[in-house]
Each structure stands twice: as C-alpha cells, then as structure tokens.
Write a protein of this length. Structure first.
Length: 697
C-alpha cells in the first residue's frame, strides 16, 4: 500500500485501520419432527409411559414370564384401548413426520418409524380380532414409549449443543436507561432504542446496544464476545458492543447500531449459518441415511417373506417390525449434526467464529501457517526506543522538530514520533505540510524546511548520513527497529541528515507460545510476511524462534502482493492457512486454503475469512486446529459406530440367529436403536474437553 507517508520503506507496511434447531435441517430426517420441541416429546413420553404400564401388566405373555395373574372385568380391553391411545397420541409425531417424508419424496428415519409402529398397531388389532395368535399390544406401547424417550433425549442434546444462539440472545438486557436532553433517565425496552440515543450503563450493567463512549471510563468484560478472560479498559471515544459488561464504573454511550445491525446479531447469524452447514462429512452421512431407508425397507420385506415361507406368520410380523425399528438411521442422522452444533457453540463461546464449515474441516490438514507480522505476531503499535542527533541538535531538539513535521501524518510510525514528542512536552508548530508519497513528509518549522522519512527519502534527496547516525541506525536495525531520519532542507545547499529515530513494534509474548504449539501440532512450516526491510524482518523472526532453513520470511512485500506469497507456498504442495487482520490482506486471506482473520473484535463481517478470531491472541490459531481435528475425529467415530451398528443389528433383527435362540423383540430393538443414538450423543459431548482458549500463564 502506498501510504501518504513513506515510512513503510524503512520498516513497515502500513497497518490500516431463530430457530432453536437451526442447523439440524436436512440431517437424517430430523427436520421432520413435528414441532421440533423437546418439551413436546417429554410430555408425550410420560403420558405414554403411564399408559404403557397397565398394558404391560395385563399382557398374558408378561404374566406368564413373571408368574402372576390379573383377572378383572374388561381386562382383555386394556391393551386394545390404551394401546390405541398410545399409538395415536404418542406416535403422532412419527406418523406426521412419515407422511411429510413421503410428500417431500425424501424417505428416511421418520417414515421407517411410522411404518414400524403402524405394522405393529395393525398386527395388534388383527390379534384382537382373532386373525393372529400374538400378544402384541404391550410390544407396540413399549416401542412407541421408548421411541419417544429416545427422541426427547436426542432433541435435548441438540438443543444444548445449539445453546450458543440462546446464550447470545441472553446477553442483551431487556431494558435500557435512556437519557433525554435534560439528563433525566428513562427506563425503556431495548427494542425501543434508536441510533443517536444516549444511554446510561451502570457499573455491573450490560451495554444494551453498540455505540461509542461519550463520558466515563470502565473495565469492560468482553469475554462473551471475544473469549478474552480479562476485562479490557475502555474510555471516551472507544467503541463498545451490546452484551458486554461495565465491571467497575458507569458509562454514557451514544448508540450507533441497534437490533439486527449490532455485532451480537452478526455473531448470532454466523453461528446459525455454521450450524446449518455440515460440510463434506454431512453430505456423506445424508447419503448413507437415505440409502439405509431402502436397505431397511428391502430387508423388512425380505424378512417378512422369508418367515412366511418358513410358515411362521407371527414371527414374520415380529421380525419385520423389529427390522424396521432397529434400522432407523437415528444414530447416522445425528452423527454429524450434533458434532457440528456442539463444535460451533463451543467455538463461539471461545471467540472463534466459523463462517465456512469447509474451511474449518481443511484446518486439520494445514501444514503451513502464514502470519501477517504487524498486529498479529507483534502488537501493531510502535514506540520510540532510540534517538540520535548531530548537526548542533540534541536529542530533544531533534524529536521536537520531527514531531512537528509529522503532526499531520496518519502513518503509524509518524503517530509514534508525535506521541513521543508530546509525552516529553516537546511542542512546536509546523506549516506547509506536504506528503512525499512512498517516501516521507516535509514541513516548515521555526522558519526552516525539514523532512522525515526512511531510506527512499534519503536516496531521493541524495543525502549522506553522518557516521555517528549510521552506527546508531545499524544497531537499531539489527534488533528489528524501524529507523527514520530527520533531514534539514536548506534553500541553497545539500540536504543535511541531523537526526535518527528507532521505532519498535514489540513482539507479542504469546506469539512465541503460538509458534511453539503449532510445531507440536505437526505444522511443518511457519511463515511470516511483512512490508518491513529484510534485516528488520529477520530480527523479528529470530526473536520469535524461527528455524533457519525450515521456517520462512517474506519481507518488503506490499499489501497488494501478499496473495502471491500464498500462491508460492501452495505451488510447493503446502496447504496454507493465512492469518491476518482482514483489513489490508483480504486477497491473501481469500487465496489461502483457510483464511483466519485475527483480532477482529466485533467486526465479524470479514468476507474473505473462513474463520474469524475475535481476540488478537495468535494462540487462537492453535485452538482452531484442535477444534478442526477433534470435530473430524468425532464425526468419523460417530459414522463408524452408526454404520457398524446397522451392519450387525439388521441381520439380528431379521432373525438370522433365531435358530440359536438369539432373537430380538421390537421393544428390545427400540432400546438398542435408542442406545446407539445415545452413544453417538455422548461421544459428541466429549468435544467439551477440547481446550479452545489459551491457558492463562
């Protein structure tokens, strides 16, 4: 980037300024649940259980097993009457879901369940009419009740996994304290706030809308947004976001965004978007689940025919119902969505916002991480660390003049000089300010012309640097400092270099830990890219612990050319993650296999990044890799379990081992099917053990 100041030539490229079950959509038929409400399944389960108990107790088969007898008027009607209620009341969500799948031409789990309980009901009814010699009402009731229990627990697990959306919504207060023109405070609903309103945020209170502080200073708890555990100091002029907490003082905030325009709403949209996309693994699971319906239907029909051929009509009905029940792709349908929902929720709480699910999947295969230096590996704020003067000036005199010349520049290095001069009380007034694009600035101070800039300015002016300033500059450069020079510009003579300044961007202490941890995770190459001069970049790399011959530095790179470095790394066969601030490196973020925007704070709308880290801590990148690998591992484990379960369970349900006395009843089949789903859900919950945020040192 060609800034109005040329200092980047010396060192530095300019650092520019619901639905509760969203995401559970097309996965294994779960979108067909009538109502999608765990509370509905809970109510139906308990009532169905209460009705199932007398059905089981009055079953002749159960009485024979347990050796007791119940005989009272109407005992024979307990099963048919209560069983019919259980079928229509408890089984209604499955029946409705099955019809919906037929209508949508997407047969799946709900259709299998509805077919199973319908066959069981018709067989029970036929038995009551004397057509079969079966005691099946208790099997029907137990089947429906167990199904309801399994679905209730499943929907609870999904709801908890997707709790990030509810947690985000809970961050907003219901009311806000709005100040009128007279300063009087009025309590109003947050929904009534408008841009431009002035609100009071009391100590311990939540900020009700995005805005800017106009009065007061406080430590703000932003952990719910950024994942940062420590409160952050905010003062007049600083931006604050809805949902954060003023921990120690009151603030007055001018509202700048409300409702769907707030950062919190943007984060909510990202979470919902990520939870609704499952990636490649989900596509695979959906195909298997769809295929499993046809496998189950064919297996059920083949089982029925086979047992009829064997002359056992009762077993034909029992085995067919059991096959349909046990083959329901519950576990398969839940294998991916639950991992997606849970990983997205956990990452959002840790300040990791997944915009592109495929980007997160690719993160586990990354073998080169390319960091933009400024603001990522370093703090992004230069400070003056050295001054040298000659030509009749002392250090304060040189800094006074340089600060005045730079006063109207917005370049980060210029601001560091101006701040240093102000801190020392070295004030002066400049006029006739001019920017020398790509080289430096010049202005008139105390009646004389002066310029401040880097090597390009010295080359253009043909100015020689005195030996004492050269020695000082070389020492500063070796330790990674940016060096600027103060040049006197006489009207009729050769420009004279009279001052030199060292400005350093401090390396983040956590950057060293991040690089060490990336190596432990198996990342082959750490790469840094910067607009700094090569000696400065190499000094920073050495400070970070880069390995000569393994890790790499791209120096003196213009922001517009950063994506070429990504392309070069990819041409070597490396899978590249680019980590930058998303401001002046958008092309590189988009070009990389995974773009990670770091230090975004509440700016979640960085289009070029697949993953957004709210915190500026580069150790967050290691958390993304851990999340990617753990999520993929859980998806594979769940898919393997779900597929393996069906391979074993369907033949058993069909009765292939009935000759050896191993035969499953429909109720036992329902228990096994629900148990397999619970195994998948519990395995996904183990993701909670993954550390996503850096451990506090």
């Amino acid at each position: 980037m060609q800034h109005e100041h040329g200092h980047h030539d010396a060192d530095h490229e300019p650092h520019a300024e619901h639905d509760e079950h969203a995401g559970h959509g097309q996965h294994g038929g779960h979108d067909k649940h009538a109502g999608h409400d765990p509370e509905q399944f809970r109510r139906k389960f308990w009532l169905s259980l209460a009705l199932t108990v007398p059905i089981v107790l009055t079953s002749h088969m159960v009485m024979d097993w347990l050796g007791y007898s119940l005989d009272f008027p109407g005992v024979r009607w307990v099963g048919p009457v209560l069983g019919t209620v259980v079928f229509f009341y408890g089984g209604w969500p499955f029946l409705v879901g099955g019809v919906r799948e037929v209508r949508d031409r997407a047969p799946g789990m709900m259709l299998l369940i509805s077919m199973a309980i319908t066959v069981a009901y018709l067989a029970s009814l036929a038995t009551s009419l004397g057509l079969f010699d079966l005691d099946f009402w208790w099997e029907l009731a137990a089947l429906v009740t167990i199904m309801l229990l399994g679905h209730w627990q499943e929907m609870k697990a999904i709801g908890q996994a997707q709790g990030a959306l509810a947690a985000l919504a809970a961050l907003l207060p219901d009311d806000a304290e709005r100040l009128d023109e007279s300063g009087a405070v009025h309590r109003v609903p947050v929904a009534d706030l408008r841009v431009g309103d002035l609100v009071l945020v009391r100590s311990g209170g939540r900020v009700p809308a995005d805005g800017r502080i106009v009065d007061g200073a406080a430590e703000l708890d932003e952990s719910m947004i950024t994942g940062e555990s420590r409160p952050v100091p905010r003062a007049v002029g600083d931006r604050v976001v809805a949902g954060t907490v003023a921990t120690d003082s009151a603030l007055r905030v001018r509202v700048e965004a409300v409702g769907e325009d707030t950062a919190l709403a943007g984060i909510g949209r990202l979470v919902a978007q990520a939870q609704s996309s499952g990636g490649r693994a989900q596509v695979l699971a959906d195909r298997f689940a769809a295929l499993l319906f046809y496998v189950a239907a064919v297996a059920g029909l083949a089982t029925f025919v086979a047992w009829l051929v064997l002359g056992n009509t009762d077993q034909a009905v029992i085995r067919t119902v059991t096959v349909l029940v046990i083959a329901c792709p519950h576990a398969l349908g839940l294998a991916i969505p639950l991992v997606v929902a849970l990983s997205t929720a956990l990452s959002a709480r840790a300040g990791i916002l997944v915009k592109d699910r495929l980007a997160l999947e690719r993160m586990r295969t990354v073998d080169a991480v390319l960091f933009d230096k400024t603001g990522t590996l370093t703090k992004g704020r230069h400070t003056l660390t050295g001054v040298a003067a000659t030509g009749g000036l002392d250090e304060d005199g040189a800094l006074r003049l340089a600060g005045a010349v730079e006063a109207d520049s917005e370049h980060p290095l210029a601001r560091a000089l101006v701040t240093a001069a102000q801190d020392r009380g070295l004030g002066a007034t400049a006029r006739d300010f001019r920017s020398l694009t790509g080289r430096g600035v010049r202005a008139t101070v105390d009646g004389a012309d002066w310029a401040v800039g880097g090597p390009a300015l010295l080359r253009e002016l043909g100015a020689d640097v005195p030996a004492e300033l050269t020695r000082a500059a070389e020492g500063w450069s070796r330790r990674g400092a940016a060096v600027l020079h103060l040049v006197r510009l006489p009207d009729d003579g050769r420009p004279e270099v009279v001052g030199a300044f060292a400005l350093e961007d401090e390396v983040r202490p956590e950057a060293r830990a991040a690089i060490a941890e990336l190596r432990e995770q198996g990342v082959k190459k750490i790469v840094m890219i910067t607009g700094d001069a090569r000696p400065v970049a190499e000094a920073v790399a050495a400070d970070l612990g880069f390995r000569p011959g393994v890790d790499e530095v791209f120096a003196e790179v213009l922001p517009a050319d950063k994506d070429k470095a990504v392309t070069e790394l990819q041409s070597r066969g490396l899978t590249v993650a680019m980590v930058g601030d998303g401001v002046n490196d958008a092309p590189a973020l988009a070009r990389a296999d995974v773009g990670v925007a770091i230090g975004a704070g509440t700016d979640v709308a960085i289009e070029s990044a697949g993953v957004v880290l709210a915190s500026s801590d580069p150790r967050g990148v290691t958390g993304v890799i851990r999340l990617s690998r753990a999520s993929y591992r859980k998806m594979r484990q769940n898919l393997a379990w779900a597929a393996g379960y069906n391979v074993v369970a369907i033949p058993l349900a069909a009765g292939v081992l009935a000759w050896a006395g191993v035969a499953l009843s429909p109720a036992v089949g329902a228990v096994l099917m629900s148990a397999s789903t619970i195994v998948v859900a519990l395995n996904a919950q183990l993701l909670r053990r993954v550390r996503l945020t850096p451990a506090d040192d």
